[in-house]
Design a protein around this ligand. Structure first.
Ligand SMILES: Cc1ncc(COP(=O)(O)O)c(C=O)c1O
Length: 382
């Protein structure tokens, strides 16, 4: 449970939402339930050693990842290269540095995870937008627009969010193949952020970009790790996976140059224990997430709609029929509904009129959120 967490302290709530009093915080993308007991025990055990010097990373850490991927997702990738990286953001930044030049274009698909754009622009590259399209059937990629953006000579890279935060799409093999083929045609390198891989809601299944890339001949790398699934962002490492030895070699050389591969004793313990012992906990989490989505779908007040999720524990809520502008909705959520959600415009202007709510929380909290929204909508309509 998030007790005494800095992420939700009063100062942060004040800064982001203009106040903290009585706010129900549901904006951070991590599970806020009791974490997997095996992981907590492993960390306690490691702490109890009372020795925190240089740590070696056993090979079993990466092996645990591949066993997990094979068991849960049918992905056998032991012939691929897996390199350790402190975070997904680090991996993407290093790849941008290695495989693009200042001024080059990097495609992103808004509305999308808030960090992609600043990672691209702070490196002096241009964020090239290929917005997702909301159809009657949910969000889809605009592949014609993608092809035209990727065909620009300055465009050198694409960051894919698979599954997609915040709209909850779990991209299909067919969609990923189309992306792979388009990017292969124009020599654009694909970075697939697959950190939400484990949270696919049946019948949807996670497809690694690797599966789509193999025949297309596209350059790619994918970011993975247990941080989102198991709520380990504060302790854990991530992995960068690729089929290309040269990409792995260059990534490792940059990691070594900047000492990005320092081993963290707790990160190592958490990573391997999560993958070796966390399956049942994750099954329970998926059940909770699915129940909470059902609750939202059936009980949201008129005027607020859940975009049908296929994966992630993030509800993408459509408030457009309430007719509020961007600043009004961003104020109304905390002030009238007393909810700290991520307003949609944080994910790009395509998110205007939407908000993201984390549903990996005890069901009572979702019931509470629905009650708050219902009251606020009634007052808004009155
Ligand atoms: C799609 C996606 N990528 C990356 C991250 C963050 O990963 P890291 O903290 O390892 O950079 C998040 C966090 O919400 C995310 O949703």
């Amino acid at each position: 449970m998030r007790r005494n967490s800095r992420a939700a302290d009063a100062g942060t709530l004040e800064r982001l939402f203009g106040g903290a009093d009585g706010l129900l915080p549901l904006w951070i993308a991590e599970p806020d339930v009791g974490l997997a007991p095996g992981i907590v025990a492993a960390l306690e055990e490691r702490a109890a050693l009372g020795w925190y010097g240089y740590e070696m990373r056993p090979r079993s850490v990466v092996e645990s990842f591949w066993e997990w991927m094979s068991d849960r997702h049918g992905w056998n990738g032991t012939d691929l290269q897996a390199s350790v990286s402190p975070s997904v953001g680090t991996s993407i930044s290093v790849l941008i540095d290695l495989f693009t030049e200042p001024g080059d274009g990097v495609v992103i698909q808004p509305p999308v995870f808030t960090d992609f754009k600043p990672i691209v622009t702070s490196a002096g590259r241009t964020a090239v937008r290929n917005p997702l399209t909301l159809t009657d059937d949910g969000y889809r990629m605009d592949l014609d627009d993608l092809e035209s953006k990727v065909a620009e000579p300055e465009t050198r890279m694409m960051i894919l969010c698979n599954p997609h935060n915040p709209v909850g799409r779990v991209w299909t093999l067919r969609e990923l193949r189309e992306v792979a083929e388009i990017c292969a045609r124009h020599g654009v390198f694909v970075v697939s952020d697959e950190i939400h891989a484990d949270i696919a809601l049946p019948p949807h299944r996670f497809t690694p970009f690797a599966a789509a890339a193999s025949d297309a001949g596209v350059g790619w790398a994918a970011a993975h790790g247990p941080i989102k699934t198991f709520g380990l962002a504060g302790v854990c490492d991530s992995l960068l996976v690729t089929n290309d030895e040269q990409v792995a070699k260059r990534f490792r050389s940059a990691a070594s140059r900047f000492h990005l591969n320092r081993n963290n004793a707790f990160g190592i313990a958490a990573f391997e224990t999560a993958y070796r012992t966390g399956a049942r906990w994750l099954d329970d989490l998926l059940g909770l997430v699915s129940d909470n989505f059902t609750l939202l779908r059936e009980n949201l007040p008129d005027g607020v709609t859940l975009i049908e999720p296929e994966g992630t524990y993030l509800a993408w809520l459509d408030f457009r029929s309430l007719g509020m502008g961007v600043p009004d909705l961003a104020r109304w959520l905390p002030r009238s509904a007393h909810l700290a959600l991520s307003p949609g415009h944080w994910f790009g202007r395509q998110g205007a009129g939407f908000a993201r709510m984390t549903v990996a929380v005890p069901t009572e909290r979702i019931e509470d959120a629905i009650g708050r929204l219902t009251e606020a909508v009634e007052m808004h309509d009155a």
